[in-house]
Design a protein around this ligand. Structure first.
Ligand code: HEM
Length: 210
């Protein structure tokens, strides 16, 4: 019993961070140009495509970050498979049609120049690809493969959280120069998540199966 409770702590912590980011992101919905990150984009806040793309991106990102964990909850899948399907389809649509394409577009304008742009471009493509594979496998009724790709997809989604944890860690603890932090986090925010996902799949696959 105790072991079971303890084993659920990482998932609970991950879900907590996901909901925290969801909550924090509401700050942008007053549509003001001088909110937090938008202050670093003063050359772009009046851009006719970038600014709408930003709101579309955070809308899709907010859906994906909170819907992801719900799809891993065994209880929901067992009790109400239809609910799992609706939540899953919304998660997938929010990434494939909304957040990943706009993330890819915004990647070309990312703070930190070409090296961070490349990190975000690859991140958007992998986010799209892992999510697309999750859909593709379940269409072929390959449930085990579907679970694996969903874990990878959410590892990518969760990069939005880990990025915001790496930034203060590298800036305050490691005292790294700001530009280096911006560039490095565009890569390590998702790279280590994917490694963690693969380790998780190797170690715990059975407990993730429906
Ligand atoms: C993992 C795939 C994702 C990619 C590739 C991506 C891409 C991007 C890019 C390129 C930017 C602009 C960065 C810049 O101009 O320097 C950005 C900003 C932003 N994204 Fe995403 N994003 C992803 C996931 C998410 C998720 C899941 C959320 C959930 C809320 C989210 C919310 C935001 C917010 C709020 C910003 C503004 C920056 C800030 O407030 O820190 N993104 N994203």
């Amino acid at each position: 019993m105790l072991v079971k409770v303890i084993s659920k702590i990482p998932f609970a912590v991950m879900t907590g961070f996901a909901f925290l980011l969801f909550g924090i992101t509401f700050m942008y919905w007053n549509f003001k140009p001088d909110v937090n990150f938008l202050l670093t984009k003063q050359g772009l806040v009046d851009h006719p495509i970038w600014r709408p793309a930003f709101y579309v991106h955070i809308f899709g990102g907010m859906l994906a970050i909170v819907l992801g964990p719900l799809n891993f909850i065994k209880y929901i899948r067992r009790k109400n498979l239809n609910l799992h399907r609706v939540l899953g389809k919304t998660y997938v649509a929010s990434i494939l049609f909304i957040a990943a394409p706009t993330g890819l577009y915004m990647a070309f304008y990312a703070n930190g120049g070409i090296l961070s742009s490349l990190g975000f471009i690859l991140m958007s493509i992998l986010w799209f690809y892992t999510t697309f594979m999750a859909v593709n496998t379940i269409r072929k009724k390959q449930v085990n493969e579907h679970v694996k790709w969903m874990v990878r997809s959410y590892a990518m989604t969760f990069a939005a959280v880990t990025l915001r944890l790496w930034v203060p860690f590298l800036s305050i603890v490691v005292e790294m120069e700001h530009l280096k932090v911006i560039i490095l986090t565009a890569w390590i925010s998702w790279f280590f998540n994917l490694i963690a996902a693969e380790l998780l799949l190797k170690l715990k696959l059975t407990s993730l199966q429906p």
